[in-house]
Ligand binder design. Structure first.
Ligand SMILES: [Fe+2]
Ligand SMILES: [Fe+2]
Length: 375
């Protein structure tokens, strides 16, 4: 510890400022009253506070609950039952993999991070918005709970990447050709993630809650499907355990969405229903980036991207990391989307055509600036 050359001397006696002050010099406090105020008179004199007129203000507060089922799910989510720091990371020895295998597995986590590590910021933003538009307490709380879960998922992305590629995904120098391809792909992924964030920030203020929740629903269908399949197919213990826990969280997020939508979908206008159809198409395009393959409708990617990703996926699979084959992914994604279709169609919401996975429906336009879905 550095030695302080001019340490202040300790005072042993009180200086002039600390001399006792005589009673007469003390001013009475401004609130001193000679008798108790008369409440009736006070009420007569009371002035109305200015009305809070600005749009999107978090004040005034109330704690009304309109969807008790949401509150129940929130109550059950208080303890998620796991923590990223308590996963068995010590069983993961990077030395057990070749350099390329490490790059390939870390690459998949970086790809996931576009969807899952954006979760905390995305849901925190939604939570603030819910406060600003004075949504019921249950909706604010459910966003808070999802934000907390997503923080855990983001942490898993970070721990996995840094364990296999310290300072990754971008702060290290890859030693192999495949590693360099992985880095180039990650840069492109993050370029697209930044475009998504730019659109999302505006979209979240633009749409009413039923539309936001329908979009979130698509994201949660995607994420629970993905983590379930990754849990089943990966052979690396720490990741298997992570997928099991993350998958359970995503299932809960799905329950939040379904519980709220059950209440609000029957009351939707035809116009809102059409917007949801469009949002489903947007959700499909965005989420296919990890559930299947990224459609060019949103994803700006160079020609080398997909071939490089296929090589990386093959390498990760060879190391026991369970990325499904393209065919299997397509089948999985289709099953999940068809399930979603059967949930929303009874409410008169038309499903968009998704020719990529052979699902019939309405042809709708795509607006890259208004993408809402998220894991
Ligand atoms: Fe997540
Ligand atoms: Fe989620």
């Amino acid at each position: 510890m550095p030695v302080q050359k001019h340490a202040p001397k300790h005072k042993t006696t009180a200086g002039p400022a600390e001399e006792p002050i005589s009673e007469s010099k003390i001013l009475p406090p401004p609130t001193r009253a000679d008798r108790m105020p008369d409440p009736e008179k006070l009420l007569l004199d009371a002035e109305n506070a200015p009305a809070i007129a600005d749009r999107l203000n978090i004040f005034p507060f109330d704690w009304r609950v309109e969807t008790p089922r949401l509150m129940e799910i929130y109550e059950n989510s208080r303890d998620p039952g796991w923590s990223p720091s308590r996963l068995p990371w010590d069983t993961l020895d990077p030395e057990q993999f070749t350099l390329d295998q490490r790059y390939a597995i870390a690459y998949w986590w970086a790809l996931l991070s576009v969807f899952d590590a954006s979760g905390p910021a995305v849901f925190a933003r939604a939570m603030i918005h819910a406060y600003e538009v004075h949504e019921e307490d249950a909706i604010r709380k459910c966003f808070f709970s999802v934000t907390r879960d997503e923080m855990n998922h983001e942490e898993v992305c970070g721990r996995a990447i840094n364990k296999l590629t310290p300072n990754g995904p971008l702060g290290y120098e890859p030693q192999t050709i495949l590693g360099k391809l992985a880095r180039n792909n990650v840069e492109w992924l993050y370029h697209n993630g930044a475009r998504y964030w730019r659109g999302y920030k505006h979209a979240v203020e633009h749409y009413p809650m039923p539309i936001l929740f329908s979009s979130f629903l698509f994201g949660e269908v995607a994420s629970s499907t993905l983590f379930h399949s990754m849990y089943e197919s990966t052979e690396i213990p720490v990741f298997k355990e992570a997928f099991r826990n993350i998958g359970r969280d995503e299932g809960r997020h799905l329950s939040f969405c379904l519980a709220l939508l059950k209440e609000i979908l029957p009351r939707l206008s035809e116009q809102d229903k059409m917007v949801i159809t469009k949002q489903f198409r947007a959700g499909f395009v965005f989420l296919s980036g990890i559930l299947y393959e990224p459609p060019a409708e949103f994803w700006h990617l160079p020609d080398t991207f997909l071939p490089a990703q296929r090589l990386l996926e093959e390498k990760a699979r060879e190391a026991g990391f369970g990325i499904l084959t393209l065919e299997k992914r397509r089948e999985n994604w289709r099953t999940a989307v068809v399930r979603l279709k059967t949930v929303v169609e009874p409410y008169g919401i038309k499903f968009p055509a998704l020719p990529e996975i052979d699902v019939d429906g309405e042809s709708v336009a795509f607006d890259a600036d208004k993408i809402v879905p998220i894991f």
